[in-house]
Design a protein around this ligand. Structure first.
Ligand code: 5AD
Ligand code: SF4
Length: 437
């Protein structure tokens, strides 16, 4: 048999891209490609891209520019662009970088093997359809042992919310939920391959409707799988946090006490302009109801500063909301006008004002994150060990609150959940000691 060809994938952006990259690697395995971590030895380089903010999209073009010398030295090297930039700017990518052989959108990567036939015949291939068929039905079954006891599983894709700043409804298309039966069998297969924690993924995951009882129904069915120890889901919209899901947070032991619930702004005026369809107080109320159900639940969020028309007063309302909720961690971004979105038509807030607001918000969020981590010291948490740490004899895993935890433990404990007492707060992780039972 000929030596396997090497495939190098670079993944940008969200967790859904991480999942898609894995599936693309599997789709190309049938074509004799084996994944490598070394770009230098690759026969094919695939960039799985993100279009959410201008910076992310521009990074793809600068990375392509940097690949040019490698391509000149190795003319047989195949270069592909996948993901949301491919979807939004396919022909433009081929025009700006003619060395690109293949452009594939997020809904058509199951067609990669056919596209590779075109590429191998010396032609370029572009496919950014939103096809009728479901890519998941056409992808190879996942058979290899899992590389990590924690895995992602896409259950829902696309978005019908049309927030005024967001490209997702255009790049990922309309909201589509995968049928629960398929998800349950994929989860079962993951568990047989050693997975112990599944994070259900969707751009609007709590709007999932592939189960008659929605996302909560799917979670309860997944909880029946014995060797599956932990369930998480991301990303959610506040308006889709229904009673059944809130109740599951209080009663389903396998559902972890961590929730990413983006609000974007604390100002009702800006929320309205963003087309978020809820007020800041409605969000506060949802948080209170979830905390009633599960008092120790840790919240994460997303914020945008400098949305067109945002005043100092609007920004102060965002700061106040952050103070009220107290996030365990959160992401904050400067507004970036995206082509084709309604907000892109409006006038931007001056760049220095937006930068100053971002710094102030990030300082507050960092302080809250530090405080949350510091409060963990002395507490006992449960850690799912995922891999060896950098230091000999040390493992790394995640607590139920998604904190990375380092502890001295034998490698046999990888893939198991263990009680750990937290002893120290590091900047981006915690250190702890195994509690002997
Ligand atoms: N500008 C800045 N941030 C954005 N996000 C989405 N679109 C934009 C944009 N145009 C942020 C939102 C979203 C997260 C994934 O990215 O906060 O929740
Ligand atoms: Fe984008 Fe999320 Fe709004 Fe959908 S709900 S449009 S994915 S920010």
């Amino acid at each position: 048999m000929a030596d396997a060809k090497k495939l190098y994938i670079k993944t940008y952006g969200c967790q859904m891209n991480v999942y898609d990259s894995e599936r693309m690697a599997e789709a190309l395995e049938g074509d004799g490609y084996e994944q490598t971590q070394d770009m230098g030895e690759a026969d094919m380089i695939l960039l799985n891209t993100c279009h959410i903010r201008e910076k992310a999209a521009e990074k793809v073009y600068s990375d392509l520019g940097r690949l040019k010398p490698l391509h000149d030295k190795k003319p047989d090297l195949k270069i592909g662009v996948a993901g949301c930039v491919a979807q939004a700017e396919g022909p433009e990518i081929m025009r700006r970088q003619p060395m690109v052989d293949l452009v594939v959108g997020p809904q058509t990567y199951h067609r990669l093997p056919e596209m590779m036939k075109e590429v191998d015949a010396g032609r370029s291939a572009l496919d950014t359809d939103f096809p009728e068929e479901d890519k998941f039905d056409h992808l190879p079954k996942r058979v290899l042992p899992a590389r990590n006891p924690s895995a992602f599983l896409t259950v829902q894709e696309g978005c019908d919310k049309f927030c005024a700043f967001c490209v997702v409804p255009y790049t990922r298309g309309a909201e589509v939920s995968r049928p629960a039966t398929r998800i349950l069998s994929e989860a079962q297969a993951l568990v047989e391959r050693g997975v112990r924690e599944i994070t259900l993924l969707g751009q609007n995951v709590n709007a999932y409707h592939g189960h008659e009882r929605g996302l909560a129904g799917l979670i309860w069915d997944l909880a029946e799988i014995d060797d599956l120890k932990r369930i998480r889901f991301t990303t959610s919209h506040p308006n889709d946090m229904d009673d059944a899901l809130i109740h599951a947070h209080g009663t389903c032991e396998k559902l972890m006490p961590y929730l990413h619930l983006p609000v974007q702004s604390g100002s009702d005026r800006i929320l309205k302009a963003m087309n978020r369809k809820h007020t800041a107080n409605q969000y506060r109320d949802i948080i209170a109801r979830i905390r009633d159900a599960r008092p120790d639940l840790m919240f994460s969020g997303d914020f945008i500063v400098g949305f067109p028309g945002e005043t100092d007063e609007d920004f102060e309302a965002t700061m106040q909301l952050v103070r009220d909720v107290h996030y365990g961690q959160a992401y904050s971004f400067k507004y970036s006008a995206r082509p084709g979105t309604p907000a892109a038509e409006k006038e931007d807030v001056p760049a220095d004002v937006a930068t100053d607001r971002l710094h102030r918000l990030q300082a507050l969020l960092t302080e809250q994150q530090y405080q949350t981590q510091a409060d963990m010291v002395g507490r006992q948490v449960n850690v799912l060990f995922e891999k060896r740490g950098r230091q000999d004899g040390q493992l790394i895993g995640k607590s139920e609150y998604l904190h990375a935890v380092h502890a001295e433990a034998s490698a046999e404990l990888i893939g198991t959940v263990q009680p750990v007492e937290i002893t120290k707060n590091m900047t981006n992780s915690l250190t702890g000691q195994l509690v002997s039972n």
